[in-house]
Design a protein around this ligand. Structure first.
Ligand code: AMP
Length: 369
């Protein structure tokens, strides 16, 4: 059984590492010769839109999935579907929705999932209207291709909005209210092709400059968890979904407000590799192959710290008792996710104490909230 993965980043690499014990094989498509998945699996190098490569991949594999959401939906639909071709999981409709922040917001509203107030912006006139109707402060984001805080600017004044419009213009935008949240959380769940669902404990996420820095789980009161599962279930059922799906929320006055969704395994779920009976990566594979889903029972209190920009000295990190290190083998670059480490501890207070030790070594400016 061969799983084709479009995108050979760290998510793809961790998918392959989770799939080998199940007896699965992998084939990746990625333009980069340095794709992290290349250390552990065969990678075909070419553009994500290459018609010949997409056709070939979908003939060679039983199922196609992706580890990056900014791949071309058009190219996937045109070249990777049809008779005698692999199934694509998660569904392309979910991918198309997640690629467009406006489509995503409309879906949340349609499914009764609370989200930020927003307006689509395509001109100076629609920007002025959005400022009037949504109000200040806010954030102007590109509708497409934004990730890790890229393609968005915070708006405090009318002048900020005009400046951001100059900087971001020429692509469709969305203006959202700024949410002065108490914290950020995410829920990760899986639905199999047979309709079975499982949900992981809620993740508490801390970002710096729009990039995830630390996740702790299980996090927050059980009513947040129940609400998040309810919202995620609506999305899973809406798409007839297969695979792992994530929704990120702001928490404001104890209520969850959906920010965005990701139709794939998610950075805030990396702790599940060591911290849960079955990782998000293994459950994604089980889900898309119609296998029984594994238990999401946590084995303790986990913290995941991202290693961003440059890799700290390995020995310094491994000094921290119980630390699990994941080095993706990427070249250092500012703001690039190069690896992560996970701690799984019997109590939340011990977990937080060790997580602070790790943060002091890898990101001295970042505080655990
Ligand atoms: P995003 O790319 O939408 O996930 O945004 C990245 C990060 O920027 C989020 O995790 C938040 O920390 C922050 N952010 C984005 N949108 C908002 C908003 N409307 N209000 C407050 N913070 C936001």
């Amino acid at each position: 059984m061969t799983v084709g993965v479009i995108g050979g980043g760290q998510l793809g690499r961790m998918l392959a590492l989770a799939g080998y014990p199940l007896g699965l094989d992998f084939l990746f498509l990625d333009p980069s010769k340095e794709a992290p998945a290349a250390r552990v699996a065969p990678v075909v190098h070419g553009e994500f839109t290459d018609p010949q490569l997409l056709k070939w991949l979908s003939r060679e594999c039983q199922v196609l999935t992706f580890d990056w959401e900014n791949i071309s939906v058009e190219a996937l639909r045109r070249h990777a579907t049809g008779a005698r071709r692999a199934r694509i999981c998660p569904p392309v409709t979910a991918l198309a929705t997640a690629q467009d922040r406006v489509a995503e917001k409309r879906l949340f509203e349609r499914l009764g999932i609370p989200t930020t107030r927003w307006q689509a912006v395509g001109s100076r006139a629609t920007l002025e209207r959005a400022l009037r109707e949504v109000g200040l402060p806010g954030v102007l984001k590109t509708r497409r291709m934004g990730y890790d805080g890229k393609g968005q600017m915070r708006i405090r004044t009318h002048a900020d909005a005009l400046h951001a419009w100059e900087r971001l213009a020429n692509v469709p935008l969305i203006y959202e209210e700024w949410v002065p949240f108490e914290c950020e959380v995410s829920i990760i769940g899986a639905r199999s092709t047979r309709g079975q669902t499982v949900f992981y404990p809620l993740n508490g996420n801390a970002h710096a400059n729009g990039i995830l820095r630390v996740t702790r789980a299980p996090y927050g009161p059980s009513r947040w968890h129940r609400a998040a599962i309810g919202y995620l279930t609506r999305c899973l059922e809406h798409f007839g979904y297969a695979g792992v799906l994530t929704i990120e929320f702001f928490v404001r006055n104890g209520r969850l407000i959906a920010n965005e969704m990701a139709p794939r395994v998610h950075n805030s779920g990396h702790w599940t590799i060591e911290g849960c009976a079955t990782s998000q990566f293994e459950n994604h594979l089980r889900a898309i192959l119609g296998l029984p889903l594994g238990s999401t029972r946590p084995s303790g209190h986990s913290a995941m710290v991202n290693l961003i920009g440059q890799m700290p000295e390995r020995a310094r990190l491994l000094e921290v008792e119980g630390l699990h290190l994941h080095d993706y083998g990427k070249q250092p670059r500012p703001d690039r996710k190069l690896g992560h480490c996970t701690l799984v501890e019997p109590t939340a207070s011990r977990r937080d104490r060790l997580a602070r030790q790790v943060l002091a070594r890898v990101a001295p400016g970042v505080r655990l909230p």
